[in-house]
Structures are given as C-alpha cells and as structure tokens.
Design a protein around this ligand. Sequence first.
Ligand SMILES: [Mn+2]
Length: 382
Amino acid sequence: MRFIHTSDWHLGRFFFGLHLTADQEYLLKEQFIPLIKDTKPNVLLISGDLYDRAVPPLEAIALLDEVLYKIIAELKVPVVIISGNHDSGERLAFASRFLSEQKLFVFGQFNPDVDSVTISDSYGTINIYPLPYTEPVTIREAFSDKNITDHNTAVSEVLNIIKLKHTATNRAIVMAHVFTIGGETCESERPLSSSSSAGGIDTVNTSLFNGFNYTALGHLHRAQTVGNNTVRYSGSLMKYSFSEANHVKSVELVDMDKDGNCTSERIPLTPKRDLRQITGFLKGILNNENRSDDYLEVTLLDEGALLNPMEKLREKYPNVLKIERPMLIKTDTKFSNSLAHKNVTKSELFSCFFKEVENKDLSDEQKTVFNEILNNINKYNQ
Ligand SMILES: [Mn+2]
C-alpha cells in the first residue's frame, strides 16, 4: 500500500501583508498534483492546518475545493483529512457524511467512538485512525475523566481506545495534529495552548504511538522524524516564517509492505518564489546579486542612516519584506545618549543628522549655508 503524507498547507496565509494563495496554488497544482499523478498512491493523508485560520479567505476555499476535486474525482485517489489547531473543525467537516461516499474523509471534530477509514491492498486491510485536533477539556468531558488535564493524557486515552478496538491482524496508521516532546519548532506554529510556555503541558510523548505501523503527524512545520522512524511530521507546504529559510519543504511518500513495515521517501517541493535571508552592505547587495523575485529578509551591515533602503532594494528585489539593521541599534544609542534632543538648536540637530547620513562632520562652509537657509525660513515664517 502506498500513501502520501502531508500537512500544514495553511491556505490563505498572509505574510507581511502579502497574500500567499498564488504561491500555494503553484505548489499544489504544478508540483503536488503531478506528483500524485506520477506516484499513484492508494490514499492521501493531510494531517491538519489545511487553512491558516478558522474563517479562511474565499480564494483559499476555492483553491482547496479545486485541488481536492482533481485528486479525488480525476485522479481517483481517496483523501483523509483531520483538522489542525488553525482550522475550524466544524466548518471543515461540513457535509462530511455525504463526502465520505465520494472518498473524501474529513474528520473535523473529536468522536469518542474513533472511526477509522479502511483501505485494502492485496495483503489485507489497513485501518487509518484520524485524530482531529482537540482541546484536552473536550476529551475530559467526553470521557468524564478528571485525570485528563493535558494533551498527553488526552491523546493517550484516545489511543488506548483505538488499541482496544483494533483488529490485530490489520495494519494501522494514526493521523494526529500534536506537538511531540523533542520536536523541533519554528516561528510559524501557533502554540497549542496558552500555558505552553509554562511547562510543556501541550506536548505529547512519542512513545504513545508505539505499535502503530505509521504515524502521520501535523503541527510542526519542519519535516522530521520523532521517536522511532515511523512517527513523522511531513512539515508544511511552504516556508511560513524567515526562521524556516533553511528548511527544504517536502511531502512523505510511503510504501507499506504486507507486514506493515514502511519505507518512506521525502519528496521536495520547489516554490515559485523562495523565502531567503541575505546579509551585507546595501551597496554590495545592490551591485552583486542578480535580480530576484524571492521573498527576502535583508540584514544590512551599514552603520549610520541610509536614505530609503527599502525603496532602493525593491527596485532589484521587489519582494523584500523585511530589513534588519543590527548596526543601527548601536548608532541610535550613541545618538540619543550624547544629546538631549529638546535642548539643542536646530543647527546642532542638523549637524548630528548630517553626521548620521554622511558619516562625517559638516564643514564650516556647509554650516554657513545651512544657517543662511534657516535664517531665510525664519524670516519667511515671521
Ligand atoms: Mn501548522
């Protein structure tokens, strides 16, 4: 049995005021769908965060609709979806009872009975157990169990039910949207609970997934294996923060044999516009690099003031989104400590500004010119 595991598409994401849907559309239509065509999996698993927000933009909904139609109706590949912490499970699961008849299996909300999706190959049956993202309090109430106070005990209880229900001769896959202990994070994941920074209450132990043939995880945006080799995060569809600049985004292509042993291959996805960080002096960056449409964070090493660096950079790199000026912080401190702004004359203030911009003092001649201009302005204003 062959399947593709992906997650965290975050359709409709805004990034520094930019709508990323066109980039997501390129990745899904030009890379992901052809991959499905070529590799012909028996099923596609999407482990949560399909959308970036509970109420996604219309373009994002239209894109997901189109992509799922192509995969299910045209390529005849069934799709199993769970909700993530960014999705609204209720909205995602609209009409899911009808859609499952068409091989679109959407699990938006926790179900104490824990359904499974069944896939068969020539060796027998595989149960796919979907765990949509659920707050521990929901599971505590569903099971009337006061001991369920965090994500680890909640997921553990649900997995225990699955283990009891599961027919031992069948192979088993779990899908979950969780934060595992030891998983590597980045800046674009939203913490699962507000108390997460207080002591790991939102993390789950990877050993909970022992005994399953494959665990298809979502939530962490870097592709990674946690615990044993079959407990995996596919990572996100695209880089969604500059902290991911060095990630290679990918999906997992997995082949499962008759005994449930899995061989997986990480297939990289190449975006139309990459997200990169570059560092250097403004002049050097403008002179040395080729024109690029990539999304850029530029760290400028120049000291002192620069006139309109964003405007200058964007002539060559239209998608510069962020400029960092580590050297300016030093200069700023120097400036503000040396002068009490309110007590200086206009010509002293201008001398200071001139030094920031030109990195040298005003000449006597320049001072005279400036004072003449200032006098003229003053006269005019009287
Ligand atoms: Mn996510």
